[in-house]
Design a protein around this ligand. Structure first.
Ligand code: RFL
Ligand code: PHB
Length: 389
């Protein structure tokens, strides 16, 4: 098989890139290790920056997002029983959209199918060959038969555990990592959200987040020990703990119900540099991970896709490799700013096992500064709604 861009990974990065390239007549094949049903069963991000919304519009897959997505003009931050609001709309003139990553992915699959795009599911043993030559190829197997795709470029969109990053020789990449000493236990429940905006809660007992997918579907998270398993937490224990971590007024009106999903995600900050090796370009979680506080992961994947799509369009339109040569530096400049914001927002809101009384007072002082200082709020809001591409 032959294509212009072989895309490894059929998550949001790979699908969005494929769909955008398709709108410009650039051919791609997406290779996905899992089935479509499996990819669509994963519950992940829920907050979309305006940049991702604009890309989905350009890709022709924003109709349902505009019909069903919920614009959020601000967010609440609480500490103990204190609560304050950051007004994104007033501070930045823009808002974010609450719309699940699962739905974004569903819309992208539907768009690829309408366009006759090629997605191969359940691929095994994906290998990248000749990334540092002019003629790279990707091999994989389906049903025990080996296949080969010859291509001009390879986009590594296969997430943190994928094969793409590991295909870059260790001597040609450098990795930066911070692992946090806790995880997030998340549940989805068919209950109305406790509030019409998200609540990020710092409490003596640890972090909590009240989020949602729509008016009847809520998503809640609590900080938990890395050694915990979802089975350790009954629904009753989860609701009880959540109520103890959010202000009393919100806890009193929380509607509880059975969870329809429960899982634990570890928290990690990670960046690999550079995001390119020859004709292989890394996008999204394949190149970087942020802790979910601040909702940057999917949005960073989208900005990578924007830079790579723009560079490939230029290459195929004019023959100029300049965009491709600048891809890694441009993407990393934005990645590190989102890494900083996610690290800062995580540090502000979580309980750390080795936190001293001094550290705790500093956290409260920083929250009170954010609550009362216009410049601090401005900086927070600009980062939350998304720095420009
Ligand atoms: P994905 O989504 O991991 O997709 C990679 C795809 O590649 C496939 N794959 C392979 N395919 C072929 N061959 C191989 N060898 C392969 N290895 C892997 C996988 O099956 C998969 O389908 O990466 P992508 O596309 O870069 O997208 C990144 C986002 O998924 C991720 O950043 C976000 O979900 C992070 N995230 C959030 N981001 C936000 O912007 N806002 C949020 O509110 C938000 N909340 C979250 C999150 C992530 C969470 N978890 C579970 C880590 C909340 C949580 C709890
Ligand atoms: C979510 O709704 O899943 C969500 C929202 C905001 C975050 C992280 C996750 O910061």
């Amino acid at each position: 098989m032959k294509t212009q861009v072989a895309i490894i990974g059929g998550g949001p990065s790979g699908l969005l890139l494929s769909q955008l390239l398709g709108t410009r007549g650039i051919d791609s094949v997406v290779l996905e290790r899992r089935t479509k049903a499996h990819v669509l069963s994963r519950i992940r991000a829920g907050v979309l920056e305006r940049g991702l919304v604009a890309l989905l519009e350009e890709a022709g897959c924003a109709d349902r997002l505009h019909a069903e997505g919920m614009p959020h003009d601000g967010t609440l931050i609480s500490y103990g029983d204190e609560i304050f609001r950051i007004d994104f709309a007033a501070l930045t003139g823009t808002a974010v959209k609450v719309y699940g990553q699962t739905e974004v992915t569903r819309d992208l699959y539907a768009a690829r199918e309408r366009a006759g795009g090629q997605i191969v599911f359940s691929v095994e043993d994906v290998q990248i060959h000749g990334a540092d030559t002019e003629t790279p190829n990707v091999t994989y197997s389906t049903d025990d038969t080996q296949q080969r795709i010859d291509c001009d470029f390879i986009a590594g969109c296969d997430g943190f555990h994928g094969v793409s990053r590991r295909s870059i020789p260790p001597g040609a990449r450098r990795e930066f990592e911070k692992v946090y000493p806790f995880g997030w236990l998340g549940i989805m429940s068919e209950t109305p959200p406790v509030n019409d905006e998200l609540i990020y809660a710092n409490s003596e007992r640890g972090f909590a987040l009240c989020s949602m997918r729509n008016d009847t579907l809520s998503r809640y998270y609590i900080q938990c020990a890395l050694s915990d398993s979802p089975d350790d937490w009954t629904d009753a224990a989860f609701w009880d703990e959540l109520k103890r971590r959010i202000p009393t007024a919100q806890a009193d009106r929380l509607v509880t119900g059975p969870s329809i999903e429960k899982s634990i995600a570890p928290l990690r900050s990670f960046v690999t540099e550079p995001m390119r090796f020859g004709r292989l370009f890394l996008c999204g979680d394949a190149a970087h991970i942020v802790p979910p506080t601040g909702a940057k992961g999917l949005n960073l994947a989208a900005s990578d896709v924007h830079y790579l799509y723009t560079a490939l369009r230029r290459f195929y339109g004019t023959g100029s490799p300049d965009g491709l040569d600048g891809y890694s530096d441009r993407a990393l400049a934005r990645v590190w700013k989102a890494e900083r914001f996610s690290w800062w927002f995580s540090s502000l809101l979580h309980r750390y096992p080795d936190q001293t009384a001094f550290d705790h007072r500093i956290q409260v002082a920083e929250l009170e500064f954010l609550r009362s200082n216009a410049a601090a709020q401005q900086a927070m809001a600009e980062n939350y709604v998304g720095l420009p591409y």
